[in-house]
Design a protein around this ligand. Sequence first.
Ligand code: PCA
Length: 196
Amino acid sequence: MLETILLTGFGPFGGHARNVSEEAARRLDGVEVEGFALRALCLPVQFERAVAALEEAIEAERPLAVISLGIHDDAGYRVELSAKNERHYALPDVDGHLVQDAPVEQGAPAMVFSSLPVAAIKQAFEQAGLPVELSEDAGRYLCNAVCYWAARRVTPAGFVHVPAAARLEEVVLAARLAAEVTARRLIAQRVEATTV
Ligand code: PCA
């Protein structure tokens, strides 16, 4: 069996009746990339349930990397550099809770860095003609919270925000590129670790 890379997307929320991040993740479920199998996981826009689903998938799949996707309202792709230990929602979650001034994890560090190869992902997007920037602010909603939670448990793990209005095929391409770049980095690290 191939080792896996977990690809997460989010379900609908707020005014978004559909969420292209989960649709793209689902399209790539089972696809092989650089010798790794991609596994898709769709997360609800509700913290406790999202984290429970992630925990279960990490336990079951033992993924070597976690790449999370979510939508935002801007036009370009954003490779998140870090996540904050803060939850301060501007919009209720899908259970109707407007969480304010809460941490992601009690007593944990104020922020964590993405451990994905962020610069290489940005470069791959640029080469594919996708508008992209590195971002220092993943928000205070579910995307930030999932990025924070995953990055403290799996290395590498991180987050890419995709435009809510992007075509599904384009987001599938972006997710695939992020997975390819991450897979190549995992392979390079392995080679390095076995070279004296
Ligand atoms: N985007 C939201 C949560 C789910 C999603 O797709 C965010 O940016 O936090």
